[in-house]
Design a protein. Structure first.
Length: 161
Protein backbone atom coordinates (compact mmCIF):
# COMPACT_ATOMS: atom_id res chain seq x y z
CA UNK A 1 0.00 0.00 0.00
CA UNK A 2 2.90 2.32 -0.72
CA UNK A 3 1.95 5.66 -2.25
CA UNK A 4 4.00 8.73 -3.06
CA UNK A 5 2.64 12.23 -2.49
CA UNK A 6 3.78 15.80 -2.03
CA UNK A 7 5.10 16.50 1.45
CA UNK A 8 3.28 18.92 3.73
CA UNK A 9 4.35 20.82 6.82
CA UNK A 10 2.65 18.06 8.79
CA UNK A 11 5.30 15.64 7.48
CA UNK A 12 8.28 17.56 8.91
CA UNK A 13 8.62 15.47 12.08
CA UNK A 14 8.36 12.20 10.12
CA UNK A 15 10.92 13.41 7.58
CA UNK A 16 13.27 14.44 10.39
CA UNK A 17 12.94 10.93 11.88
CA UNK A 18 14.18 9.61 8.53
CA UNK A 19 16.89 12.24 8.07
CA UNK A 20 18.40 12.30 11.55
CA UNK A 21 19.96 8.81 11.67
CA UNK A 22 21.27 9.21 8.11
CA UNK A 23 22.82 12.59 8.87
CA UNK A 24 24.25 11.42 12.21
CA UNK A 25 25.82 8.32 10.61
CA UNK A 26 27.61 10.52 8.09
CA UNK A 27 28.05 7.68 5.61
CA UNK A 28 26.00 8.72 2.57
CA UNK A 29 25.28 12.47 2.61
CA UNK A 30 27.73 15.36 2.63
CA UNK A 31 25.88 17.12 5.43
CA UNK A 32 27.27 18.11 8.85
CA UNK A 33 26.75 15.21 11.27
CA UNK A 34 25.69 17.67 14.00
CA UNK A 35 23.11 19.40 11.78
CA UNK A 36 20.07 20.60 13.71
CA UNK A 37 16.53 19.57 12.87
CA UNK A 38 15.76 23.11 11.72
CA UNK A 39 18.80 23.31 9.46
CA UNK A 40 18.19 19.84 8.02
CA UNK A 41 14.56 20.59 7.20
CA UNK A 42 15.50 24.00 5.77
CA UNK A 43 18.03 22.22 3.52
CA UNK A 44 15.55 19.53 2.41
CA UNK A 45 12.71 22.02 1.86
CA UNK A 46 14.83 24.77 0.23
CA UNK A 47 12.84 27.11 -1.99
CA UNK A 48 14.22 25.54 -5.19
CA UNK A 49 12.92 22.07 -4.30
CA UNK A 50 9.67 20.15 -4.29
CA UNK A 51 9.56 17.48 -1.59
CA UNK A 52 7.70 14.18 -1.75
CA UNK A 53 7.15 11.33 0.70
CA UNK A 54 6.50 7.61 0.42
CA UNK A 55 3.52 6.80 2.60
CA UNK A 56 2.79 3.26 3.76
CA UNK A 57 -0.66 3.19 5.36
CA UNK A 58 -0.16 6.58 7.02
CA UNK A 59 3.49 6.02 7.93
CA UNK A 60 6.11 8.12 6.11
CA UNK A 61 8.85 5.64 5.13
CA UNK A 62 10.86 7.66 2.62
CA UNK A 63 11.33 11.09 1.12
CA UNK A 64 12.92 12.80 -1.84
CA UNK A 65 13.31 16.27 -3.25
CA UNK A 66 13.24 17.27 -6.90
CA UNK A 67 14.74 20.41 -8.40
CA UNK A 68 16.54 21.75 -11.43
CA UNK A 69 20.17 20.67 -11.22
CA UNK A 70 21.34 24.18 -12.16
CA UNK A 71 19.57 27.42 -13.07
CA UNK A 72 19.39 28.95 -16.53
CA UNK A 73 21.05 26.88 -19.24
CA UNK A 74 21.26 23.86 -16.88
CA UNK A 75 17.62 23.95 -15.83
CA UNK A 76 16.56 21.22 -18.28
CA UNK A 77 18.37 18.61 -16.12
CA UNK A 78 16.67 17.53 -12.91
CA UNK A 79 18.38 16.66 -9.64
CA UNK A 80 17.00 14.69 -6.71
CA UNK A 81 18.02 13.45 -3.28
CA UNK A 82 16.52 10.41 -1.56
CA UNK A 83 16.28 9.07 1.99
CA UNK A 84 14.55 5.91 3.23
CA UNK A 85 13.59 5.28 6.85
CA UNK A 86 15.93 3.20 8.96
CA UNK A 87 14.61 -0.36 9.01
CA UNK A 88 12.51 0.13 5.87
CA UNK A 89 15.26 -0.78 3.40
CA UNK A 90 14.80 -3.80 1.18
CA UNK A 91 11.09 -3.09 0.64
CA UNK A 92 11.41 -1.31 -2.71
CA UNK A 93 10.86 2.15 -1.26
CA UNK A 94 13.95 3.65 -2.88
CA UNK A 95 12.95 2.21 -6.24
CA UNK A 96 9.38 3.52 -5.86
CA UNK A 97 10.66 6.98 -4.94
CA UNK A 98 13.05 7.00 -7.89
CA UNK A 99 10.32 5.85 -10.29
CA UNK A 100 8.10 8.66 -9.01
CA UNK A 101 10.93 11.20 -9.33
CA UNK A 102 11.71 10.16 -12.89
CA UNK A 103 8.04 10.31 -13.94
CA UNK A 104 7.53 13.66 -12.19
CA UNK A 105 10.67 15.13 -13.73
CA UNK A 106 9.65 13.97 -17.21
CA UNK A 107 6.11 15.34 -16.75
CA UNK A 108 7.63 18.69 -15.75
CA UNK A 109 9.62 18.85 -18.96
CA UNK A 110 13.09 17.89 -17.72
CA UNK A 111 15.23 16.16 -20.35
CA UNK A 112 17.50 14.24 -17.97
CA UNK A 113 18.33 13.64 -14.31
CA UNK A 114 21.72 13.92 -12.69
CA UNK A 115 22.95 12.96 -9.23
CA UNK A 116 25.94 15.16 -8.41
CA UNK A 117 27.38 13.42 -5.37
CA UNK A 118 26.75 9.70 -4.85
CA UNK A 119 29.14 8.27 -2.29
CA UNK A 120 30.91 5.49 -4.19
CA UNK A 121 30.93 3.02 -1.29
CA UNK A 122 27.12 3.40 -0.93
CA UNK A 123 26.90 0.28 -3.07
CA UNK A 124 23.17 -0.34 -2.60
CA UNK A 125 22.35 3.12 -3.91
CA UNK A 126 24.82 2.88 -6.79
CA UNK A 127 23.37 -0.50 -7.85
CA UNK A 128 19.80 0.83 -7.60
CA UNK A 129 20.55 3.93 -9.65
CA UNK A 130 22.26 1.76 -12.28
CA UNK A 131 19.22 -0.55 -12.41
CA UNK A 132 17.10 2.61 -12.87
CA UNK A 133 19.13 3.51 -15.97
CA UNK A 134 21.73 5.87 -14.51
CA UNK A 135 25.31 5.68 -15.73
CA UNK A 136 28.39 6.76 -13.82
CA UNK A 137 29.67 9.71 -15.85
CA UNK A 138 32.20 11.09 -13.40
CA UNK A 139 34.24 10.24 -10.34
CA UNK A 140 35.77 12.67 -7.84
CA UNK A 141 38.61 10.91 -5.99
CA UNK A 142 38.53 11.20 -2.19
CA UNK A 143 35.71 13.79 -2.33
CA UNK A 144 33.84 12.35 0.68
CA UNK A 145 35.18 11.78 4.16
CA UNK A 146 33.50 8.64 5.47
CA UNK A 147 33.53 8.36 9.29
CA UNK A 148 35.08 4.87 9.31
CA UNK A 149 36.50 4.31 5.81
CA UNK A 150 38.24 7.67 5.51
CA UNK A 151 38.37 9.43 2.17
CA UNK A 152 36.28 7.77 -0.52
CA UNK A 153 35.20 8.74 -4.03
CA UNK A 154 31.97 10.40 -5.03
CA UNK A 155 30.21 9.70 -8.31
CA UNK A 156 28.22 11.76 -10.77
CA UNK A 157 25.38 9.67 -12.21
CA UNK A 158 23.20 10.64 -15.19
CA UNK A 159 20.34 9.42 -17.32
CA UNK A 160 18.14 10.88 -20.03
CA UNK A 161 14.40 10.90 -19.45
Amino acid sequence: NLSTRSATIGDHDAIWRIMEPIIRAGETYALPRDMTKGDALAHWFASDRDVFVADDEGQVVGTYYLRANRPGPGAHVANAGFMVADGADGRGIGRALCEHALATAKARGFAAMQFNFVVANNERAVRLWQRMGFAIVGRAPDAFQHPTLGFTDSLVMFRKL
